[in-house]
Design a protein. Sequence first.
Length: 80
Amino acid sequence: MSLAVNVLRGVVQTYRYTLRGVIGANCRFEPSCSEYALQALACHGALTGSTLSARRILRCNPWNDGGFDPVPPPSRERTT
C-alpha cells in the first residue's frame, strides 16, 4: 500500500480509538462508516477511497435509512 493509504488508514484508526468513544458508535450503515473507509482505501487507493468514504459519511445522517452499503468493486480500466 502507498504511504498516502497508510496515513489515511492511521487517521481512521485514530478516530476509532479516540473520538468514537466520545461520539459513540451510531452508524446507520453496515459495514460501519469507519470500516467502509478502511475497505475503500484498501480496494480503491487513497484518492478514490477517500472520495467514497467522504460521500458515505455525508449519507450517514438521520434522514437516511441506512442499511447494507458495501464498497463498490473497482471498475476495470479502459484499454484503447
